[in-house]
Design a protein around this ligand. Sequence first.
Ligand code: PLP
Length: 386
Amino acid sequence: MRTSARLDRLPPYLFAQLERKIAEKQAAGVDVISLGIGDPDTPTPGVVVRALAEAATDPGTHRYPSNRGRAELRQAFADFYARRFGVELDVEREIVPALGAKECVFNLNIAFLDPDSVALAADPGYPVYTGGPLLTGAEAVLMPLVPALGFVPDLDAIPADALERARLIYLNYPNNPTGAVVPDGYFERVVELAREHDILAVHDASYTETTFDGYVAPSFLETPGAKEVGVEVFSLSKGYNMTGWRIGALVGNAEACEAYWKLKTNVDSGMFEAVQLAGVAALNDASIARDMSAVYQRRRDIVIDALRAIGVDVEPPKGTIYVWAPVPDGHDSASYCEHVLEESAVVISPGGAYGPNGEGFFRISLTVPDERLAEAMERLRGSLGG
Ligand SMILES: Cc1ncc(COP(=O)(O)O)c(C=O)c1O
C-alpha cells in the first residue's frame, strides 16, 4: 500500500506520540500526570449539557444539518461578537460554523493554497498551521516569534519571496504555546501587511475567552480594516470546556467565508443540530468563560510559584491554559521532557514540537485539578534541580 507523498511529508502528530507513551506507562501501573495536551478536565457546564439533551429529543435536529449552520447559532455568534468585542457580523455572509478550530484552520489551507503558494506560520505555533499547508502540497514559511517584541513575528523580517507567494498568514493571541498576548498596535500592522501583499490574515482566537488578572483579549476583527483582509477562527473548546463537542466558527471577511463554505459543502455535512443549539446556550452565558478563567488563573499561579521557588523565572501569562518555560541547562526540550516522563511520570510538551524556535522551552498545560497540578510540580522539582 502506498500513502500519498503529501502525507509522508508530515511529521507524526505530537499528541499521538504522547498518548501512546502515557498508555504504555499506565498499562505498567504507573500513576502518570499528564500536563501535555490542553484538554479541560472539568465537565462542560450543565446549562450546555441540558440544552443538548433537550434539543436531541427533537427529531427536527436528527437529519442532515445545513452547512450554513442553524440561524440560531449564527445569530448567537453575531450577538456574542457584538457584545464581547463590539464587532458587527452579517449572519448571512460573515459567519460559518466550523467543526472546531482545527477543522477550520486545516480547511482554510485547502480553500486558499495552491502547490506553489505559501502560508506564513508563527514558530512556535499550533501544528496545524504548518501541517495543513504541507498536506495541500503548499509551503509553510515559519515566522519566528521574537521574545523581545512580545512573542510576535517581526513582520519586517518576512523574506520578500515568501511575501510574494503568501496567501495566508496565521496568528494566534492569546498564544499557544507561549501564553503571550498581542501587543498594542500589532494587529494594525498585520492589516497593513495583508492589504499590501493581498494575503488573507487568519487570526486563531481559540483563547480569547481565557484570560487573567483583568486582561481582556481583543478580537482581530476590532482592528480597523480587518474584515477587508482577514478572518477570525473562534472556538468554544477551551473557553467553554467543550473540546469534545467540536464547535467553532469562521467569522469575518465575506468572500473568505464563502470560499470556506464552498469547500465544506464538499467535505463534511455540518454539525449535529442539537450540538449547534447547545452552542447557542454556551455563547449566551458569559459566566462560563469567566468562571473557567478564574480556575486557570489559580492553577497558573500554582505553576509559576513552584517554578520560581526553584529558580525558574517565568513571566505569568495573561491568557491561555499553558505555561511556557525554559528547560534547564544541559538538556534540549525533547530530552528534558523524556527525562521528566521517565523520572517523575509527568507529561510535559517539548517546545521544539511547536517549531524550531520552541527549542529550549517546555509547555505545561493547566488542565488537571489543582491538587494533581501541585503534585506534578512537586515531582518536577527534582528534575528541575530544586
Ligand atoms: C491555537 C489553537 N488553535 C486551535 C486549536 C484546536 O481547537 P478546536 O478544539 O476548536 O479544534 C487549539 C487546541 O489546542 C489551539 O491551541
